[in-house]
Design a protein around this ligand. Structure first.
Ligand SMILES: Cc1ncc(COP(=O)(O)O)c(C=O)c1O
Length: 412
């Protein structure tokens, strides 16, 4: 028994038997007995460049020695966040964008929602308070993210909605977005939050035409299109952002995870010139928002090296080719009785949809069985196993991953 309270855990059970990961190397992690596991989920979707990257560790160590951290409130700054913001803006769909940092994806989502509402107040449209989001969506666990989430179990149990004025629509139906706009009144729409491919809700891609169509509808209504790229950003979707890949022009992009690949916690919001302009051009106008660790010095130093690695090692195009490779490697597993189908994602994303039926325990049992077979994955929304390996995975290792997953599922 320990004092540690695990997120999303049934602590009455987990407190007696946590699974301890001890060290990592490349795409593998090891438990305290030295047993090796292939990490098919890149921890929680983020270990894109792999474990144990010396150059990230060296850059962070050098930064820690020089200045571990200094805050960035008001006019204070340090070089790493300023440089990282430049680099991120340069690879985003609009190079004139501005970057607001926080410590992770939930910070990013709540920052984006508050930024949108503050923007509309600043431009004289304070009545725009309604956000649309989608079934199966996961937007983190801060109050806005919780209320924007499309998986009910994550939203209920708090005696009501944490945040008001949120409408949830089916994840793949543009007409439902149009109806939600009409129902709320276009003049009240602040924006829509869209994961380019639903992640934690089960890896559920949509047609690119859905994304552009919904973006048009929201823009016609005068609202903002928020591309939640906490999973898809920084390479996983086969480009810097899924928005680049699909030719989107989001007003806001949220990011986290892959920006530092977990070497330090970091996330943020990329604000398009339209949204940033009032704040950058109007004397006296202040976005009174920020976190102690907004633009954390050493976290941003890690981010700079991660971006270099992604570029130098061609990991964006590697992620693009993994789309087909993962799907083809996993497809033969479809013949197993416990598997319903293999779902192709976008870039280095896929899912093994389990034939759950009435057996609600199957997803948890399946992920433990895979672990016992030597591969780490996770049960996601709707009873699918998460496949999102580090982008450095080789074709041989993709086959090894599929073999280990099959071995795990065959034992059920
Ligand atoms: C799309 C999306 N948005 C937001 C979040 C929340 O990020 P974090 O857990 O870093 O707060 C996640 C986390 O998985 C996510 O997948």
């Amino acid at each position: 028994m320990s004092a540690f309270w695990h997120p999303f855990a049934e602590m009455s059970k987990v407190q007696h038997a946590p699974f301890i990961v001890d060290r990592g190397e490349g795409i593998y992690v090891y438990d305290e007995e030295g047993r090796r596991y292939l990490d098919a989920a890149a921890s929680l979707w983020y270990m894109n460049v792999g474990y144990g990257r010396e150059e990230i560790i060296d850059a962070m160590t050098a930064q820690l020695r020089k200045l571990a951290a200094f805050h960035t409130f008001i006019d204070y700054g340090t070089r790493p966040p300023i440089e990282l913001a430049e680099k991120i803006a340069a690879v985003s769909p609009d190079a004139g964008s501005k970057v607001f940092f926080g410590s992770g994806g939930s910070d990013a989502v709540d920052t984006a929602a508050k930024m949108a509402r503050r923007y509309f107040n600043a431009v004289g449209q304070p009545e725009r308070t309604v956000f649309i989001s989608r079934e199966w969506a996961y937007h983190g666990m801060h109050p806005y993210g919780t209320s924007l989430g499309g998986m009910e179990p994550n939203r209920i149990g708090y005696g009501g909605d944490l945040v008001a004025d949120i409408v949830i629509v089916p994840y793949d139906d543009p007409e439902a977005v149009g109806k939600a706009i009409d129902h709320a009144g276009a003049e009240r729409i602040a924006g829509i939050f869209v994961e380019p491919v639903i992640g934690a809700g089960g890896v559920r891609p949509v047609e690119p035409a859905y994304l552009t169509g919904v973006q048009d509808l929201i823009h016609q209504a005068g609202g903002l299109y928020v591309s939640d790229e906490v999973i898809t950003g920084f390479g996983r979707a086969g480009d810097w952002f899924a928005a680049n890949r699909f030719g989107l022009e989001p007003d806001l992009i949220t990011f986290a995870k892959g920006v530092t690949c977990g070497y330090a916690p970091l996330g943020g919001v990329i604000a398009s010139p339209k949204v940033a302009a009032p704040f950058f051009d109007t004397p006296g106008l202040v976005f009174r928002h920020g976190y102690t660790y907004s633009g954390h010095t050493t976290a941003c130093a890690a981010g700079l090296v991660v971006m270099d690695i992604l570029e130098r090692e061609g990991l964006l195009s590697r992620a693009a080719s993994l789309e087909e490779e993962l799907y083809q490697a996993l497809l033969p597993i479809e013949e197993l009785e416990v598997v319903d189908s293999i779902r192709r994602g976008v870039g280095a994303l896929a899912a093994v949809q389990l034939a759950v039926g009435d057996d609600e325990t199957l997803p948890a049992r399946a992920s433990v069985a895979c672990r016992q077979a030597g591969v780490l994955t996770r049960a996601m929304g709707g009873g699918a196993l998460q496949i999102s390996p580090p982008l450095i995975i080789t074709p041989d290792q993709v086959n090894e991953m599929a073999t280990l997953i099959r071995a795990g599922l065959e034992g059920l």
